[in-house]
Design a protein. Structure first.
Length: 110
């Protein structure tokens, strides 16, 4: 099963975790065969939120909600079950400075 591990950091901790630590972890989880994809994100000042209401598109600068922690990046991983996904999420270096949300990927019914 695939899981998305969302990395959240406060603005104060945005740069607390060295890129080299994240890169080393990405290499380790990729070598284990569990990583599908991973990316770091630019700070929220670069974000644009898109909404469509009654056929009209509206744009808002920044994220869609006010939060103390902001989405900083993600890892898309393959794991046998939630316990294994949590194991890998606990190894993501920014977990020391923020939080990691683990969510199973839902298959669309078409």
């Amino acid at each position: 099963m695939n899981y998305l591990c969302l990395v959240y950091l406060s603005k104060d901790n945005w740069s607390s975790c060295p890129d080299s630590d994240c890169f080393a972890f990405a290499q380790k989880i990729q070598e284990s065969g569990h990583m599908i994809a991973a990316q770091a994100l630019q700070p929220i000042e670069s974000a644009t939120t898109v909404r469509v209401r009654n056929g009209q598109v509206s744009l808002t600068d920044g994220p869609f909600a006010e939060t103390k922690e902001q989405l900083a990046g993600f890892y898309l991983i393959e794991a046998v079950d939630l316990n294994e996904a949590i194991y890998w999420a606990s190894k993501i270096p920014p977990a020391k400075y923020g939080s990691i949300e683990v969510r199973p990927i839902r298959q669309l019914n078409v």
